[in-house]
Design a protein around this ligand. Structure first.
Ligand code: NAD
Length: 475
């Protein structure tokens, strides 16, 4: 049985009271590893270690080039251990290896390399003033960063937080999601091997409320909280952070709209719309879970979309051919199953899909659902998509914006003016035109309304993970 400990002050350790919890592989539905379960004392030890490393250690003082060199070395090690890291996420949460090994680890490497270079190249702004003064901005590290991650893209989202925090000279305490602890410990082991000084990257394992997550966010020794997870958790964390005057970046849930216009290239639209909802079994904050298709092409699109959903390969996530694996945990499966079981009672019609074996939900396409049904309004976080026709561009935009969420939207059209016009009108942090999930790490990432507060990415991460200081000189 594998064991994954906390990593505190450069050492992998058990909890002080020896407590552990199990991680269950959702495909076999068997326990595959044991994990240290932190108490408040363990979290305090991790924060104290990060504090010492920040206040007295070399990391914030060694300069961008040296820090960047160590982060690139960590990226090299992540690349060299791609199989092990990717498989750890697959075993923890059932993500197909084509996604974990084939995509997420590469994205983790890209996160580390991008922010290492970005920090070095954007370390200051200079402002020669008309008055003859000279102002410049220094971006000093903020201090100790608490990073709290969800289970749907474990390694990829953890490095999205850790990489900019570290590149700007902060130290970090990471709490991965309880369903996906393994890759965080593996990453922290590699960080030690890469030569990051003790205490720079700490990992503590445990649950959220009344557990490690709550203890970490309530610590008065942290300077930033970067959180990705559910909107309800974001609210709780925002209250705690507000009480302690700690800036918090919140990347929360979504209910992405996908607008397919009659002038779209339907091959492109079907292909990306399938990926937008069924990648990672729909457990994606950015999932295109509300699909609106212009009436002229509705029937043709739907027929092709249903056929493509039915062609997806479902099964063992460790098989390279598998496209859809099980849901991440029994608890999450039960939640999604509840939505599947109420489709018809809510007035909807299942065009394809439904429940599969074990904790599998098959790619499920729903039509005829009243717009006020939970399936249109709530984040299901599973492979369920509701589809409806619309007539005019204005109606399409109004339907897309009719949600308290605002993380992202997709637009499929071959009309250039429409692409820009609709993108401008959509209430969302990201709009993808004729594609999905393509990221430029310089671009802002975050959401509106229930989808979050703040943006990360490129200079937006710099603003969040530093204390910018203005220096104004008479010259
Ligand atoms: P969650 O909010 O239940 O848990 C996320 C993390 O927060 C876990 O590590 C958990 O232990 C911790 N946590 C829970 N309660 C806490 C508390 N009171 N104090 C401190 N920490 C606490 O979310 P989840 O179910 O793991 O993830 C799914 C959600 O994440 C979905 O809503 C999804 O849309 C969202 N998500 C958003 C993005 C984004 O970039 N906007 C990306 C991925 C996932």
């Amino acid at each position: 049985m594998e064991f994954f400990g906390h990593v505190i002050d450069g050492e992998e350790v058990e909890s002080q009271d020896g407590a552990r919890f199990d991680s269950v592989d959702p495909w076999t539905r068997q326990r595959w590893s044991e994990v240290a379960l932190a108490s408040r004392k363990d979290v305090e030890a991790a924060v104290a270690s990060a504090r010492r490393a920040f206040d007295d250690g070399p990391w914030p003082r060694m300069g961008y080039a040296e820090r960047g060199r160590l982060l690139h070395r960590l990226a090299d090690l992540v690349e060299a251990n791609k199989q092990e890291l990717g498989l750890a996420d697959t075993r923890d949460m059932g993500k197909p290896v084509t996604q974990s090994v084939g995509n997420d680890v590469d994205r983790a490497v890209q996160n580390l390399r991008f922010f290492a270079d970005h920090a070095r190249l954007t370390a200051a702004d200079t402002l020669p003033m008309d008055s003859g003064h000279h102002a410049y901005t220094r971006f000093g590290p903020a201090g100790v960063v608490a990073a709290i991650a969800p289970w749907n893209f474990p390694l990829m989202l953890e490095t999205w937080k850790i990489a900019p925090a570290l590149a700007w000279g902060n130290t970090v305490v990471l709490k991965p999601a309880e369903d996906t602890p393994a890759s965080a410990t593996l990453l922290a082991r590699l960080a030690v091997e890469a030569g990051l000084p003790p205490g720079v990257l700490n990992v503590v394992h445990g649950y959220g409320p009344e557990s490690a997550g709550q203890a970490l966010t309530e610590s008065t020794m942290i300077d930033r909280i970067t959180f990705t997870g559910a909107s309800s958790t974001g609210r709780t964390i925002a209250r705690v952070a507000g009480g302690n005057l700690v800036p918090a970046s919140l990347e929360l849930g979504g209910k992405g709209a996908n607008l397919v216009f009659a002038d779209a290239d339907l091959d492109t639209a079907v292909d990306w719309s399938i990926r937008a909802i069924f990648t990672n079994a729909g457990q994606v904050c950015l999932a295109g879970s509300r699909l609106y298709v212009q009436r002229e092409v509705y029937d043709e699109f739907l027929a092709r979309f249903v056929a493509a959903a039915e062609a997806m390969v479902i099964g063992d996530p460790t098989e390279p051919a598998t496209q859809v694996g099980p849901l991440a945990s029994q608890e999450h499966y039960k939640k999604v199953r509840g939505y599947v079981e109420t489709i018809e009672a809510q007035g909807g019609r299942i065009r394809t899909g439904g429940l599969g074996d074990g904790w599998i939900v098959r790619p499920t396409v729903i039509t005829d659902m009243p717009q006020d049904a939970p399936h249109w309004c709530e984040e299901i976080f599973g492979p369920l998509v509701v589809v409806a026709p619309f007539d005019t561009e204005a109606e399409g935009i109004a339907l897309a914006n009719d949600t308290p969420y605002g993380l992202n939207a997709m637009v499929f059209t071959e009309n250039l003016s429409r692409a820009h016009r609709v993108s401008a009108a959509l209430r969302a942090g990201t709009v993808w035109v004729n594609c999905f999930f393509i990221r430029d790490l310089r671009a802002p990432f975050g959401g509106v309304g229930e989808s979050g507060v703040g943006r990360e990415g490129g200079a937006f991460s710099r603003e969040f993970f530093t204390e910018p200081k203005a220096v104004v000189m008479q010259i």
